[in-house]
Ligand binder design. Structure first.
Ligand SMILES: *Cc1c(COP(=O)(O)O)cnc(C)c1O
Length: 361
């Protein structure tokens, strides 16, 4: 079989080395004679594995000791509710910066639990989506925290500058950009990410929270979403998604072996630049995001002649390029190129785009 490159937005590509290792040890994990998916989350070996997993993540992301590292079930969407429920009261304010589909979804969920203010930061000028820099965000003086999404997975909009509001708690939905570039955890009160993009398979959701923000258990917060309960139970109040957690531990080791986030950030930048250059190079394809805010993880592009969309996808697949269809809300194409996507996959996509243009122009 020819190598297939998987551009799916999530669940998405896992590093090949990690798949090989998991296959190798699947039937007999740590010489226990049983598989990782068959053992207790309270066993000695599993506990050891998750402790190392946290250590490795702390090392990779330079997470200070005044932050907890927690894992939840329920995906990033569960955190859309958990965050306001845990952090503020129903009559308190929060700022919700809206830059696309996911930040809007977080805002809509927060409305059930508090008084969020929606702040739109995307403006369309000459058919190009532009983003307001954080200095111009019109915040509510009374808000308890600011929530934003640094990488909008559907649209392919990425805010790479780290918001600087020293007097506010900043919360970021990092689901599709976590571990792709260096960030300064100290700037945030809480960051979270579902695993199925750049961490692991679907199942677990990472929450990194500053310790002083974890308050006593509020009676109405469901226990499995309660941050204090999670801290007190080492993220095991309910049975965690053990396989997803295990795979995450392999991915973190893989990242360390590759040279860490600084190194992977350079690679990601190179991969994205190559692809955007290709898109900008011709009027056969185009992208509609202002250059500074183009995502390095989810690269959206359109064919000028939309009637060719189906043919493009079909031929791409026959060339070993899988899942390039954009989300139906925005249409067009999307190449999700997370950490696991090798540069060869990008080169193959670019050659295909050149071939396709020659054939159908
Ligand atoms: C995928 C994604 C989500 C949703 O994650 P679930 O695990 O399906 O809840 C939320 N936010 C962003 C930015 C995403 O990319």
């Amino acid at each position: 079989m020819n190598k297939i490159y998987n551009f799916s937005a999530g669940p998405s590509m896992i590093p090949t080395d990690v798949l090989i290792q998991y296959k190798k040890e699947f039937y007999n994990w740590k010489n226990l004679g049983v598989s990782i998916i068959e053992i207790s989350h309270r066993s000695f070996e599993f506990t050891k594995m998750i402790n190392e997993c946290e250590e490795n993540l702390r090392f990779l992301m330079n997470i200070p000791s005044n932050y907890h590292v927690l894992f939840f079930s329920g995906g990033a969407r569960a955190q859309f509710s958990a965050i306001p429920m845990n952090l503020i009261k129903s009559n308190e304010y929060a700022d919700y910066i809206c830059s696309g589909y996911w930040s809007q979804a977080a805002f809509l969920e927060a409305k059930k639990y508090c008084l969020p203010k929606k702040i739109n930061i995307v403006k369309i000028n000459n058919n190009i989506k532009d983003v307001l820099p954080s200095l111009k965000w019109k915040l509510n003086k009374k808000s308890s925290y600011i929530h934003y999404c640094p990488n909008e997975t559907l649209e392919g909009i990425e805010i790479k500058e780290e918001p600087n509001f020293s007097n506010k708690i900043i919360i970021g939905d990092f689901s599709s950009t976590i571990l792709s570039r260096c960030i300064d955890i100290n700037k945030y009160g809480l960051i979270y990410a579902s695993a199925q993009k750049n961490i692991s398979t679907a199942g677990i959701t990472l929450v990194i929270i500053r310790k002083d923000l974890v308050k006593d258990q509020k009676s109405l917060v469901p226990s499995f979403l309660n941050y204090k309960v999670a801290v007190d139970n080492q993220s095991m109040f309910n049975t965690p998604a053990t396989f997803s957690w295990y795979l995450a531990s392999l991915v973190f080791k893989w990242l360390i072996k590759k040279g860490g986030i600084k190194k992977i950030e350079k690679e990601n930048e190179k991969k994205a630049k190559l692809l955007y250059e290709k898109i900008d190079d011709t009027d056969f394809y185009y992208n509609n995001i202002s250059k500074k805010y183009r995502s390095f993880m989810n690269i959206s592009f359109y064919l000028k002649d939309e009637k060719l969309n189906e043919v493009f996808l079909k031929e791409a697949f026959s060339h070993g390029l899988y899942a390039l269809k954009g989300h139906y809300i925005v249409g067009g194409m999307r190449a999700s190129i997370y950490n696991a996507m090798p540069i060869k996959g990008i080169q193959k996509l670019i050659s295909f785009m050149t071939y396709f243009e020659k054939k159908y122009r």
